[in-house]
Design a binder for this molecule. Structure first.
Ligand code: NAP
Length: 449
């Protein structure tokens, strides 16, 4: 006791770094949230006394397991699987699975930590967790992916349950992978427990709009941010990175709201199409043929492909980074500001580096942090769980209306809390504080667990 909130938070961060050595992305995510919390400790001394922040930074449970599988030629491979069950104060652990060669414990912990606050912001009864494996589905046949998913679930199933832990997709985990994972869970447990995974196919308990939800939600959030500035998305040039689930549907909804999305990308480079991205072609290339994004430019006359280029060099008024963490650095941020960008909205998790966020803040560019702006995906997952529990199915229109309302509420709540805590317009602070307060209150009520 007797320690100033700023000093307490700084010491706490040092301790997180010491106890979680080498987990750079996790440190970054913690630092970003802690940066907003000294103002909370000023008003809520009880959270210092109860060490609520210290407890939030320590996952409730971390599971690491071997995933052996055989490829089509009979060669044996060993991957590493992870599930970090971070916080269950608000509900069962909820958060996606990522299959990408870069996945390690630090990445899963950064994503799981962010997920706690994001899920709280949705207002739905879901806790925070995340998982995945250092497996690369790219270039693998469907049968290889199926064998991997079956082996992965053969260990993970014992930790899951509709009231315990409910995974979904993320990078490298889409409808195909969720189908194989669900099939193996059902086979092992002999239970048709639809609510144990979200992002399911429509033929077996999936919800309409879940596929589109993260991207649509990010576009709705962008529209709210523009409206708060007395502007709109109408006629705005939009630059989007990525060409996966989030990017495709962010492009679709931004275009539907009157904007002109002109780019998409993958790890090989970016495509620019001055006429606006043709979604039918993009979906065929990425979702059906599982091709590289350069194939788009080969088919569309108005498009060109820039191998290895930086998509943030393309002039725009709104930027929607929707690929991966730390893909938008300080140099890219300066370029966006120079080109007249008005708002940056994170479709991906933590795509802007801390230095990039500082550039936007100083330049007065609107900034929508991922834990608020991309919360539409997990919110719609919660709507999927609701439909599974009630054996019901809602229409596309009904679910999309709910999604739009949720995104409007999240934006309004972030703005209100930012105002209340003396940082008007700072949606980073608003999201962190609003999410934290909700989780902290529930943890307080549950006692020291
Ligand atoms: P996805 O469908 O697998 O697509 C990922 C896209 O990002 C691909 O175009 C991929 O290109 C690109 N990408 C991935 N890693 C990259 C890297 N290291 N460098 C450059 N490009 C890279 O995944 P997604 O579901 O759209 O997820 C994208 C982001 O949104 C992630 O940050 C994820 O955590 C976040 N998110 C997703 C959801 C959801 O519902 N899916 C919800 C909230 C947040 P390559 O094919 O070349 O790798």
């Amino acid at each position: 006791m007797g320690v100033e909130p700023n000093e307490r938070v700084a010491r706490l961060y040092e301790e997180v770094v010491r106890r979680n050595a080498g987990q750079a992305e996790f440190h970054q995510a913690v630092r970003e949230v802690l940066g907003s919390l000294s103002r909370v400790l000023d008003r809520h001394a009880e959270y210092a006394e109860l060490k609520t922040i210290e407890r939030i930074c320590e996952p409730e449970r971390q599971i690491i397991f071997r995933v052996p599988w055989q490829d089509d030629s009979g060669e044996v491979h060993i991957n590493r699987g992870f599930r970090v069950e971070f916080n269950s104060a608000l509900g069962p652990y909820k958060g996606g699975l990522r299959f990408h060669p870069s996945v390690d414990l630090g990445i899963v912990k950064f994503l799981g930590f962010e997920q706690i606050f994001k899920n709280a912001l949705t207002g739905m009864p879901i806790g925070g967790g995340k998982g995945g494996a250092d497996f690369d589905p790219k270039g693998r046949s469907d049968t290889e992916v199926m064998r991997f998913c079956q082996s992965f679930m053969t260990e993970l199933y014992r930790h899951l349950g509709e009231y315990t832990d409910v995974p979904a997709g993320d990078i490298g985990v889409g409808a195909r992978e969720i189908g194989y994972l669900f099939g193996q869970y059902k086979r092992i447990t002999n239970r048709y427990e639809a609510g144990v995974l979200t992002g399911k196919g429509l033929s077996y308990g999936g919800a309409l709009v879940r596929t589109e939800a993260t991207g649509y939600g990010a576009a709705f959030f962008a529209a709210e941010m523009m409206a708060a500035r007395g502007d709109s998305l109408e006629g705005k040039r939009v630059v989007v990175s990525g060409s996966g689930n989030v990017a495709i549907y962010a492009i679709e909804k931004a275009a539907a709201l009157g904007a002109l999305p002109v780019t998409c990308s993958d790890s090989s480079g970016y495509v620019v199409d001055e006429k606006g991205i043709d979604l039918e072609v993009l979906k065929q290339v990425k979702d059906v043929e599982r091709e590289r994004v350069s194939a788009y430019a080969q088919r569309v006359g108005s498009a060109s492909f820039v191998p290895g280029g930086c998509v943030w060099d393309v002039p725009c008024q709104v930027a929607l980074p929707s690929a991966t963490q730390n893909e938008l650095d300080e140099t890219a941020a300066v370029q966006l500001v120079r080109n007249g960008c008005l708002a940056v909205v994170e479709g991906a998790n933590m795509p802007a580096t801390p230095a990039a966020v500082d550039v936007f803040r100083e330049a007065g560019v609107g900034f929508g942090p991922g834990k608020a702006a991309n919360a539409g995906g997990v919110a719609t997952s919660a709507l999927e769980m609701q439909q599974n529990a009630s054996r019901d199915r809602w229409t596309f229109e009904h679910t999309e209306t709910r999604l739009a309302e949720i995104m409007r509420d999240i934006h309004a709540r972030c703005e209100a809390v930012a105002d209340e805590y003396g940082a008007p317009g700072d949606l980073v602070l608003g999201a962190n504080v609003a999410g934290f307060l909700q989780v902290a209150e529930a943890m307080h009520a549950h006692g020291l667990v």
